[in-house]
Ligand binder design. Structure first.
Ligand code: GLN
Length: 178
């Protein structure tokens, strides 16, 4: 998605690889594994410090990892004032896709079309506190995207669609100097 938008992107697995980056996307996967590996590779503190200066976007497991509270004990960056509930929709088989409305995308697009969101054993954002704000909800009101300054959390996987509006919105946050 980033390459298609003309952005140079590289993969980060070690603290030194954060040097010179303007922003970071923490992908989906398994948040407990991401947390354990972040500890083993000495990434936890470097990521927290990176977040003080830069935009970070977490999708799905990445959103869990960005949160202050995952409703259970596991290593977290504890940056965003959000409480998440892991696997809130049930098991893998309960994964689903649905259209959601994300009003802030108007800032990067002429259209106001719904965003087709892919949820894969996704978390919910149960609570948004402090400076964090709700960006999107499901039809029933449950929160699936939030922002706090230059940090972004989405329960779903925008990289699995052709719609690059959330990526463009994140790039806008990257460009805002911290
Ligand atoms: N279920 C995973 C977790 O709790 C997240 C799944 C995903 O990133 N698609 O970490």
């Amino acid at each position: 998605m980033l390459h298609n938008l003309g952005v140079e992107a590289s993969e980060v697995r070690l603290p030194g690889q954060l040097a010179g980056l303007d922003g970071l996307i923490i992908p989906g996967g398994e948040s407990t594994t991401i947390g354990k590996l972040a500890i083993d590779y000495g990434l936890l503190e470097p990521l927290r410090q990176f977040g003080q200066q830069h935009a970070i976007w977490g999708t799905c497991a990445g959103a869990i990892f960005l949160s202050k509270d995952a409703s259970r004990q596991q290593p977290l960056l504890e940056l965003m004032d959000i409480t998440v509930e892991r696997n809130a929709f049930g098991r893998q088989i309960a994964s689903f896709e649905t259209d959601i409305h994300i009003p802030v995308l108007k800032q990067v697009s002429e259209t106001d079309l719904p965003f087709h969101a892919v949820f894969i054993r996704a978390p919910l954002i149960k609570e948004v506190a402090g400076d964090a704000q709700v960006l999107a909800r499901l039809d029933d009101g449950r929160i699936v995207a939030a922002q706090q300054g230059r940090w972004l959390a989405t329960s779903f996987h925008p990289e699995l669609t052709r719609d690059n509006r959330i990526h463009r919105y994140f790039l806008m946050l990257v460009e805002q100097r911290g």
